[in-house]
Design a protein around this ligand. Structure first.
Ligand code: AR6
Length: 171
């Protein structure tokens, strides 16, 4: 089974087979990590995204990475936090599941994720981290060809939240 790592960093600099993008349903760019990925990838990414016809919340679509060091981008619109009674947890889980499945289908061995939905979309960090960590471990178990999944945190606060989930679940 592959390994899971939690690091602080900028996902646009990661030399991995695929990075995930916390996108919106238009797949045409936005703020946060989405903006950083489009800026670093260059205009080829937006061109390819235009042809995808958007993406539903919780689903994922793959493109090339263009000028990014990563070969592919897994675009996934996370749920907007609405209090928790609108299927947010299932949708967030499905973002990670669909990205990992797509990575596997495209022969990726190394994958990096940002903390989906916990920025502009307002998902409570601790709850999102629990779902992300659990679903990533399930993906590593399901697809032994994936060697490494990295959660790339943009701040120490985010890194701490993810590490806490790992320590707590390790008992
Ligand atoms: N590397 C890693 N993580 C980053 C980076 C980076 N370069 N930049 C930001 N983050 P957000 P969301 C972190 O808001 O909540 C966009 O407009 C950030 O600190 O990017 O899913 C989309 O188009 C936070 O921890 O995504 C959508 O409209 C995490 O990435 C909407 O925002 C996610 O924050 C999606 O909102």
């Amino acid at each position: 089974m592959g390994i899971f790592k939690i690091e602080t960093g900028d996902i646009t600099t990661y030399h991995v087979d695929a990075i995930a993008n916390a996108a919106n349903c238009s797949l045409l760019g936005g703020g946060g990590v989405d903006e950083a990925i489009h800026r670093a990838a260059g205009p080829g990414l937006l061109n390819e995204c235009r042809a995808l016809g958007g993406c539903e919340t919780g689903q994922a679509k793959i493109t090339k990475g263009y000028q990014l060091p990563a070969k592919y981008v897994l675009h996934t619109p996370g749920p907007v936090w609405n209090g928790g009674a609108f299927g947010e947890a299932e949708l967030l889980k499905s973002c990670y599941e669909n990205c990992i499945r797509l990575a596997h289908e495209n022969g990726c061995r190394t994958v990096a994720f940002p903390s989906i939905s916990t920025g502009i979309y307002g998902y409570p960090l601790e709850q999102a981290a629990e779902i992300a960590v659990k679903t990533i471990y399930e993906g590593l178990e399901k697809y032994p060809d994936i060697e490494e999944i990295i959660m790339v945190c943009f701040s120490e606060r985010v890194e701490k939240a993810y590490k806490k989930v790992c320590y707590d679940s390790a008992g």
